[in-house]
Design a protein around this ligand. Structure first.
Ligand code: GLU
Ligand code: MG
Length: 456
């Protein structure tokens, strides 16, 4: 089938195209503060109505924990209230791995049809709009890593036994991978590459950069497609940060670049590697905020089983060109492509994060860097874990938080983020994170992994 083109088709035409593709119903997703994708669905025949008035959703979902326990926050909790879930039809896509279904990301609105104060997607959009009004544009993409396998009791049997990055693994998964690439193509997703990763049964897929909101939406769609195709092959998928305690985990790295008037600010000036002053200040804002951003991008107890040195997870708060042990890796691109390709990658993030919160908070951190005219700290080459303590000190390099508690302490002090997110969203997010800390306070790493492996 021809690839689906997402766009601005009027809703009646869109409904016609969906019927033509034999779509019966539309799945509308939001991602909660625990990083779980939640869904409500409507028959295609109701789509026109739902686009204007939405379907109901309790606000309490913003205080759900990863295990479905429910907590409360300053402004969310309890049985009262109702929101309207409104699908964004510009992203509507028929799902190749779920024939008869289409998908759209949704916003949470009040019954007066205003963005609701804990809507993560509206938060991302608000920051993007602010940046756009200041004349900036962005390109972003999330890399997706996952482990493919079968459930066995409390454990997992990975689909392949390596070798890491090996052709042997590709041969084992080749029918699955072909169907996955075909499904993504049909859904109009531009895949840049796919490969077997380091850990047993681990795979990775990267997609072309898009605008920031679309990047978060695409990340949600890519994950459901990966899982949907796997199910059709009788396989299970884990996007959890740690899939087997003590081994290399799954990252969900964010790539980004900042643009103005069609120019990439990471390759348009006299700063490090040709960054402009603006590009440098934006990146410096992100680097400066890394300890607090860790609370958003590595937000689960499982995140800290993954975020350890010498595992390519970027466990140090620093930056370096092509340094896979720095939380921020700067990528200059190949000769001839630099002005387009230069970008930065936050490596420390994982898929227990809500991608809308990640997008919004990274942009807020970068814009804060521009406002404060920050300069980048010294660049770090090599694995910080192998450096002497005094060398790290002279470079000003620290470990990222070792535990979720520590990351939340940094986040608590990040006033610019609290302000950008708004109190209701910030408090609800914090309440769920603290709830999970309490939930797993006595759990051994193996128990945390077993409890969360199949949740993300
Ligand atoms: N799996 C690694 C992680 O936990 C990343 C490997 C890579 O550099 O792509 O983030
Ligand atoms: Mg990778």
């Amino acid at each position: 089938m021809d690839p689906w083109t997402r766009g601005t088709e009027e809703v009646p035409q869109l409904v016609e195209s969906l019927r033509h593709r034999e779509v019966i119903a539309v799945a509308m997703t939001v991602v909660d503060n625990a990083g779980i994708t939640l869904v409500k669905t409507v028959p295609v025949d109701r789509l026109e109505k739902v686009v204007t008035s939405g379907v109901g959703l309790s606000p309490v979902f913003d205080v759900f924990l990863v295990n479905d326990d429910i907590t409360t926050s300053s402004e969310v909790g309890g049985p009262d209230g109702d929101l309207r879930l409104i699908p964004d039809t510009t992203m509507l896509t028929p799902l190749s791995a779920q024939p008869g279904w289409a998908w759209a990301p949704a916003d949470k609105l009040t019954q007066d049809l205003e963005p609701f104060k804990t809507c993560q997607r509206s938060f991302a959009r608000r920051i993007i709009d602010q940046a756009t009004n200041a004349g900036f544009g962005f390109r972003m993409s999330f890399e997706t890593e996952w482990v493919l396998g079968r459930k066995e009791g409390d454990g997992i049997i990975p689909v392949a036994e390596g070798p890491a990055y090996g052709m042997n693994v590709l041969i084992v998964v080749s029918d699955y991978a072909r169907d996955l690439l075909a499904a993504l193509r049909e859904q109009g997703i531009e895949v840049e590459q796919f490969h077997p990763e380091y850990a047993l049964g681990q795979l990775e897929l990267s997609v072309a950069p898009t605008g920031p909101l679309e990047a978060a939406d695409v990340s949600v769609l890519v994950r459901q497609t990966i899982r949907g195709v796997a199910m059709r092959h009788g396989l299970e998928v884990s996007f959890a940060p740690s899939v087997v305690a003590g081994l290399v985990g799954n990252g969900c790295h964010l790539h980004f670049s900042i643009w103005r008037d069609g120019t990439n600010e990471f390759a348009a000036g006299n700063g490090p590697y040709g960054m402009s002053d603006t590009g440098q200040a934006f990146l410096a804002g992100v680097v400066d905020a890394l300890p607090a951003l860790t609370g958003i991008g590595s937000p689960s107890v499982s995140s800290y089983l993954r975020l350890v040195p010498s595992h390519w997870a970027g466990a140090y708060a620093c930056w370096g060109r092509e340094n896979r042990e720095a939380a921020v890796r700067f990528v200059t691109g190949t000769k001839g492509t630099v002005s387009n390709a230069a970008n930065a990658e936050v490596k420390s993030f994982d898929a227990s994060a809500n991608p809308y919160l990640v997008v919004g908070s990274v942009l807020a951190a970068g814009l804060d860097g521009i406002e404060r005219e920050l300069q980048l700290p010294p660049e770090v080459h090599g694995d910080p874990a192998l450096k002497e303590e005094q060398d790290l000190e002279s470079l000003g390099v620290k470990r990222l938080p070792l535990r979720l508690e520590e990351a939340l302490d940094h986040l608590e002090r990040a006033d610019f983020l609290r302000e950008a997110m708004g109190k209701a969203l910030f408090d609800a997010f914090m309440a769920t994170r603290r709830g999970e800390i309490e939930l797993y306070a006595m759990a051994k790493p193996e128990d945390v992994v077993a409890a969360t492996r199949w949740r993300y």
